[in-house]
Design a protein around this ligand. Structure first.
Ligand SMILES: CC(C)(COP(=O)(O)OP(=O)(O)OC[C@H]1O[C@@H](n2cnc3c(N)ncnc32)[C@H](O)[C@@H]1OP(=O)(O)O)[C@@H](O)C(=O)NCCC(=O)NCCS
Length: 155
């Protein structure tokens, strides 16, 4: 079991090691870090086991901009629980949809988000095609951004 703890702005940089797990570099993470609300997932012993950076897009939609679970704690259900708690929190605030984008090559993430109830909405073709460095995962080049969403309220 975990609880969500809102991280204060001044402490955001203490979580960079975790945030970098979900992106290519610290520089890229820093380029969007302060646009979002950062939540730490705290386990029953009081340890931080993961983070999630949420961007509010208007008044109806939130986006998971970054999400990571400590490597030694992955596969224990913490990621799924974090998504559930974030959905509950933002549903209470009146938000209706949660979105996330992940690369076509991020097979693990595509599996994870679909297991958390997300559905693919569209694909941003060539999103990664002009990145300065090519990105490859599992022998697949990252070219397209696959967008997924989940409704916080029954449609
Ligand atoms: C992706 C990530 C956040 C998932 O968190 P997690 O705590 O390991 O995932 P959970 O244990 O909650 O898994 C939830 C479900 O997703 C599935 N899942 C998780 N990782 C998976 C993988 N690599 N491949 C296939 N399925 C996976 C689990 O089997 C589980 O399925 P179930 O509901 O049927 O039991 C975590 O692995 C991570 O931090 N990865 C590195 C950073 C990253 O890539 N972040 C995402 C990009 S924003």
């Amino acid at each position: 079991m975990i609880t969500l703890s809102k991280v204060t702005f001044d402490d955001y940089n203490h979580y960079l090691d975790l945030l970098v797990l979900a992106d290519e570099s610290e520089e890229i993470v820093k380029s969007y870090l302060y646009e979002g609300h950062l939540f730490a997932a705290i386990d029953l012993s009081g340890n931080c086991v993961g983070v999630s950076l949420i961007i509010e897009d208007g008044t109806e939609t939130i986006e998971i901009k970054n999400m990571a679970v400590t490597p030694s704690q992955q596969g224990k259900g913490y990621g799924k629980e974090m998504i559930k708690l974030i959905c509950e929190l933002y549903k209470q605030k009146g938000f209706k949809v949660i979105t996330v984008g992940t690369a076509n090559s991020s097979i693990n993430n595509l599996a994870f988000y679909q297991k958390c109830g997300f559905r693919i909405t569209h694909v941003r073709r060539n999103f990664f095609a002009n990145y300065p460095e090519e990105i490859w995962e599992d022998g697949i080049r990252a070219l397209d951004m696959v967008m997924l969403n989940k409704y916080l309220v029954i449609k």
